[in-house]
Ligand binder design. Sequence first.
Ligand code: ZN
Length: 427
Amino acid sequence: MKNVSLIISLTLAAVVAATTAAAASDLQGVRFGPDKGKTRIVFDIIGAPTYAVSGDEAGNGRLVIDFQDLSVASVVMAPQRGKGHIATYQFLKRADGGTRAVMTFKTTAKIKETFLIEPSPGVAKHRLVVDLLSADKAAFLASLPSRYPDLGAVIERATAGTDDFVAPSRSQKEVNAQPLEKRVIVVDAGHGGVDPGAQGQSGTLEKHVNLKAALKLKELLEKTGRYKVVLTRESDNDPKILRSQRAELARREKLARDVGADLFISLHADALPQKAIRGGSVYTLSQEGSERSARLAKSQGDYTIYELDASEFREDKYVGEILFDIAQNATNTASSRFAEKLLGELTGVIPLLNRSHRTADLRVLLAPDVPAVLLEMAFISNAKDEANLNSKVWRARTMAAVAKAIDGYFAEHDEQRFAQNGSMETN
Ligand SMILES: [Zn+2]
């Protein structure tokens, strides 16, 4: 197993040009990032792919991805051994000229997320990412894109005779009846325990107002029935809190990864010697922070934080870096999108600093695989803001705006996924 190459990286260009007529996209390789209970599958593709995800319950389940106009070198068409949840995978030519990837599961898993990363400076490829999480077969079927329940049958007709694929025969009604899985939101009440954070003019401690806000946000989010909220601390003397500030921040970061957070929001109150300054602001990770995060990962030799198993990549540091880059690109964009949503909802609800979406090198935002923002709700050093931070009414209104931003962020996220998964419809 150790000798199985992590990247099926082939120089396809020449082969493809000779055998395929003007394909819209070329497969460069398939990579797997297995980790405890998770597997990330990455398809490296030159040219924007058009694809649809489906599957069936044969064996431990099969994941099927149909590509329109994707060229694959014949050597890759042969069955290959997978990693993590994937036992084997194979590319098949469809009767209509499309290409189908069929992946069989070694152990059952569901699709956590499917997304496409566009080329970025220095990265010419499109990267189609499928994240799998350990789950039973029913959860896998429920996790399949549900917007086009007949897609399997459409594909089946187009590919008759090419393999033994059985289309999922669930009706739209059945699909709609599947309960949606709750999003996991980690709400971090900044500071706590031995670390009081900043202090207001009339003595308010930041750690206390942060916790009250976090508890309110948890209540509002859970009331919708759409979220599972995990707090990094439940109280001021939560036994989980570590004495060393550095260790404590690392604990919170790790917690967000361990619970499979879909979003991480850290609540704080700002302070400055200039007591007149007031207003909220939102922070995401800066470029310097990203670089520091990368250095941190390398110095620890620990790529598990990118949903990857370090031992799998020790023989090839470069692979670890590529996958790190993938995780980080996706996350920074998501963090920024959420930050903008948050500011949109907070505008008119609380005073905001000018140019309030800032990037900062903040340790708590460094987990690269979880979209994260830090909200400075107000300036505890300003008398009016301090009074607001202590006001139940103000807190409820502000946290309602944050909850609305979270709703808006995921609604947009789902819409984008719908657009991607529905792309076969134009066929
Ligand atoms: Zn703080």
